[in-house]
Write a protein that binds this ligand. Structure first.
Ligand code: PLP
Length: 306
């Protein structure tokens, strides 16, 4: 029956990191592995988030969740200011939905590489193709080269900052502004790790109609298991996104309750971020291999033999 299947789904899909328990089992149980490959937060989420998730479950599980994610979006407005937001099942859910609004068979998407592999897979699943826009030797992005390489027909571009997996590169708001000025498609700025860095791109949303900023509750907020992402979107684009957002991609009520409470608990996230920053610096200082210092909750280490 395989001839019926689209060829995009007959090749390799997203490669998930091996679970820590599986590594331990393979090693005969005599080890306590630390799973680093997914850049998860080793600390538990805010106790307020855990309580909010538990509280919502017994009384309301018989009803469908609020597809407008109103509670969470109101909390986002309180936290960030008067921007337009959309929320989904992880930032990955947003990436997928954004791609669906723009990309159909044969359309092209620019990706600043090397970077997060999911963009390419999601584009492929929609029948599009990716154009690789190589980063410079230090893994930063040259806005002029970016616009030149991304020009000529790409409708959408993905740029991750701080970049996964190179870590060391956080683009300045000026670089992002220069790209927004000169790129004719929509720029999706993936800020999965931005809380660990602190660079503020939010004001750019007021200036550019072709910028989407993706964020996640999976990393700094320790909610990877509940799958919550959100994005700042241009005003004109919000209703279009909402039209494309399908029921499986809205937040479930447990995720929404937890994410809302986590976002409100600014004391907790600040504490976690400062612990991660402190240990990042200790790791950089003491690592025996060359390290590319970076703004994420991970760093890139050069372990190649000299
Ligand atoms: C972790 C990660 C995401 C998405 O995370 P979700 O769990 O789907 O919110 C997106 N982009 C990058 C670069 C990531 O590392």
């Amino acid at each position: 029956m395989k001839h019926l299947i689209r060829k995009d789904f007959l090749k390799e899909g997203y490669v998930f990191a091996t679970r820590a328990a599986e590594i331990a089992r393979a090693a005969g149980g005599h080890t306590r592995p630390a799973r680093l490959a997914s850049n998860e937060n080793p600390y538990p989420p805010s106790p307020k988030a855990v309580k909010a998730a538990a509280d919502v479950l017994p009384p309301h599980a018989n009803r469908y969740p609020d597809e407008t994610n109103k509670e969470f979006i109101d909390a986002l407005k309180k936290r960030h200011g008067d921007y337009r937001f959309v929320a989904s099942v992880g930032m990955d859910g947003i990436i997928d939905t954004v791609i669906r609004t723009l990309i159909a068979d044969g359309d092209q998407v620019a990706v600043a590489t090397p970077t997060y592999s999911y963009y390419g897979l999601a584009v492929q699943a929609q029948g599009g193709t990716t154009v690789s826009v190589p980063r410079k030797a230090d893994f930063s992005v040259d806005p002029e080269a970016f616009c030149r390489d991304a020009a000529g027909g790409t409708k959408l571009a993905f740029l991750c900052t701080p970049n996964n997996p190179t870590g060391g590169t956080t683009e300045t708001p000026e670089t992002i502004a220069a790209i927004c000025e000169n790129y004719e498609g929509i720029l999706f700025l993936d800020c999965a790790y931005i809380e660990f860095d602190g660079t503020d791109y939010r004001p750019l949303m007021k200036r550019y109609r072709n910028l989407i900023i993706g964020r996640t509750m999976s990393k700094a907020y320790s909610l990877a298991g509940l799958r919550v992402g959100y994005a700042f979107v241009p005003e004109w684009y919000e209703p279009i996104y909402q039209r494309a957002a399908t029921p499986p991609f809205t937040l479930n009520m447990v995720s929404q309750a937890a994410a809302t409470a986590a976002l409100r608990d600014t004391v907790h996230v600040k504490k976690i971020v400062s612990v991660v920053q402190e240990w990042r610096q200790r790791f950089i200082d003491e690592c025996p291999y060359p390290v590319v210092p970076g703004g994420a909750n991970f760093v890139m280490v050069d372990v190649a033999p000299p």
